[in-house]
Design a protein around this ligand. Structure first.
Ligand code: TXA
Ligand code: MG
Length: 324
């Protein structure tokens, strides 16, 4: 009997080759891995996460040789972005080949490809020598896991192994950019700030947030309004000073604020207001607030630049009512 959590890369690679599910550390969040070329294994990923089939998966690679097999057209902007940011928290959506099944892409003609930067993830991908699907290793709609313990807590009974690479250093998911010929569209803000992407390829369009209902097919389901959500209701406020509640309530703060005293539980993400540090702590902090026995969580929007854009995106999807 092997233990559920460990750092045995050879074992993890063998399990993946055998069609099993292996959660693995990446620099962003933990992924729920399966052989992308094995439709039964991919189907088990959807089942384990309770993920709707209209939400396509990211394919992880460690070696660019896979691009020839998985991608039918590789636009120049994809080349430039991948040369600059891979391995790293950037996912590129490009036209797929027939090798990529419709189950992986939810029937879309494009596939999302990412080369993660975490050394253990890269070692796993090299040893298994297969493309690996990897949605975040959490039940659909819930908070993303940034440690092996988070994965074990919510998905432990559904998966075969968790490759433990310690806490995730980036803490929010990869930035997802769709490249269609010469056009680039931001599908999800994430670990690489938009400013850095635009510095490489020029202007990127940022679509208005979709308000598509989860039951309807969405163009990019990661943009569903309610996602990444704690169980405790979360409300976004302009400031913390005027919150009055007879119950025990919690607050999520970028920097420490004097009003923190009135809350039963407070999570401060960065003493210095550093958005990169805040991103690394974000999901774990929300998880602790969710477990603190408070009736509500209050949070303020982050400055909307750098990683603040990804943080605001996750915060608004965690909120009971998305802010405008
Ligand atoms: O950082 C990450 O990207 C993590 C780690 C584990 O690599 N993975 C992750 O996967 O966040 P997931 O499945 O939670 O998010 C994938 C996002 C979803 O929003 C999905 O809708 C979008 O990528 N996506 C995938 N393929 C797509 C496609 N062909 N067209 C449009 N959106 C796509
Ligand atoms: Mg996810």
């Amino acid at each position: 009997m092997v233990s559920l959590v460990g750092n045995d890369v050879a074992l993890a690679a063998q399990l993946l080759r055998d069609g099993k599910l292996v959660a693995f550390a990446t620099e962003t969040v933990y992924g729920l891995g399966a052989n992308a070329l094995d439709v039964e294994a991919v189907a088990r990923v959807f089942a384990a996460k309770n993920r709707p089939h209209f939400d396509p998966l990211i394919v992880h690679i460690a070696d660019r040789v896979w691009l020839d097999r998985l991608v039918s057209t590789w636009p120049e902007k994809a080349e430039r972005l991948s040369r600059k940011f891979w391995p790293g928290p950037l996912t590129l959506i490009v036209p797929k080949t027939d090798l990529v099944s419709d189950l992986v892409t939810s029937g879309l003609p494009s596939v999302a490809i990412r080369m993660p930067a975490h050394p253990l993830a890269l070692e796993l991908l090299r040893q298994v020598d297969l493309p690996i699907v990897g949605p975040s290793a959490n039940p659909f709609g819930q908070l993303s896991p940034t440690s092996a313990e988070h994965v074990a807590e919510r998905l432990g009974d559904q998966i075969d192994y968790i490759l433990d690479g310690g806490p995730c250093s980036v803490g929010v998911e990869s930035t997802v950019v769709l490249i269609d010929g010469d056009n680039a569209i931001l599908m999800r803000p994430g670990g690489i700030p938009l400013e850095e992407i635009e510095a490489v390829i020029g202007p990127v369009s940022v679509p208005e947030r979709t308000t598509t209902h989860p039951d309807e097919a969405a163009p990019s389901p990661g943009m569903l309004p309610q996602h990444y959500a704690p169980r405790t209701p979360l409300t976004i406020v302009d400031d913390f000073d005027h919150i009055q509640s007879p119950d025990r309530v919690g607050a999520l703060m970028l920097c420490a604020e004097p009003s923190a005293k009135q809350f039963a539980a407070v999570e401060v993400l960065s003493q210095t207001g550093d958005l990169t540090e805040a991103a690394a702590k974000f999901f774990a902090a929300l998880r602790r607030l969710d477990a603190a026995g408070v009736s509500q969580i209050f949070a303020k929007a982050f400055p909307n630049h750098g990683l603040g854009r990804a943080l605001n995106d996750r915060l608004s999807r965690a909120a009971t009512k998305p802010f405008p």
